[in-house]
Design a protein around this ligand. Sequence first.
Ligand code: NDP
Length: 287
Amino acid sequence: MDQTASGPGSVPRVTLNDGHLIPQLGFGVFQITPAETAAATTRALEIGYRHIDTAEMYGNEREVGEAVSGSGLDRSEVFITSKLNNQFHRPDDARKAFDGTLDALGFDYVDLFLIHWPLPTLYDGDFVATWLTLTEFQRQGRARSVGVSNFQPHHLDRLRDESDVVPAVNQIEIHPYLTQDPLRKYDTDHGIATEAWSPIAQGLVLDDPVIAGVAEAVARTPAQVVLRWHIQRGDIVFPKSVTASRVRENFEIFDFDLGDDAMEAITGLNRDERTGPDPDTFDYVPR
Ligand code: NDP
C-alpha cells in the first residue's frame, strides 16, 4: 500500500484503490457514550488526529459531527468513517440508514462508508445486494470511498464475482494475539487496504511479557509499541481512549522504529484468538 507525504503532524496517509487518501492513524469511538463523545473527539482533533471511526451502531455519529463542525477545521481536513448497522442490509433500508448517517453527522458526505458485518446467515446471505447499494452512495458522491468490515476471503470473493467495485478497505479485528496474516494477504493481493480494529485488543495484550520487553528496550509504552507494530505492517489503526494522556500517547508513534527482531517477536505472539465475534456466525440485529 502506498504511503505518501505526511498529513497533520507526521501521520502517513495510505492511498486507497479509488485514489483517496486516508490517515493511517485515527481515533475510534466505539463504547464512548454519546455524552462523552463530543469532548473526546474534540480532544483527539486538538492533539492532531484527522481521522475518526464511528458507526451507526455506536450511537454517537451526531456527537462526532458536532465535534468536527466545532473544531474550526475545514470538513476536508478530517477523514470520517461510518458503517451500516445490521438491521439495515436490505437496499431500501440501507438507503434510509445512509441518509440518517449523513443527517446525524451534519455533513453531505462521509469519507468512507462500510458494511459493518457480512451477516452471511441473514438476509438469505445476500450481502452483495447491500454492497451494490453502497456503491450507489459512492457514485452519488455522498460516500467518497466504500468498503466492508469483518469480511472473510470467501465473502470478498463473492463481491469480486458479482460486482464491479472492489472494496477500498476491509476493517477486521487484528492485534498481536490475532495477526490475521492470511486475510491481510488476501486484502493486499486484491488492492484492499486493511484496517485493524481493537488494535490493542482493548488492553488485553499490554501486559504480555514480550510486548513489555520490547517496550522497555525502546523506552516506549506497550500501547505505543503495539500501535507502531501495526503501522510498520502497513495497516490502518484507530485506537479508542477516553483518557487524555492515552489519546496523546497513542498519537506519538511516528518518531521511533521497531527492528525486525521486535516485529517478528510480536507477530510470533499470534494465537488466532478473537476478542470479538466470528464474522461467519455473527447474527446480532439491534431491535
Ligand atoms: P482498542 O484496542 O482501541 O482498546 C481500547 C481500550 O484500551 C479502552 O479500554 C482504553 O481505555 C484502553 N486504552 C487505549 N489506549 C490505551 C493506552 N495507551 N494504554 C492503556 N490502555 C489504553 O479497542 P476498540 O475495541 O475500541 O477498537 C478501536 C476502534 O476500532 C473502535 O473504537 C472502533 O472505532 C473500531 N472497532 C470496529 C469494530 C468493527 O466491527 N468494525 C469492532 C470493534 C472496534 P480508556 O478509554 O479507558 O482510556
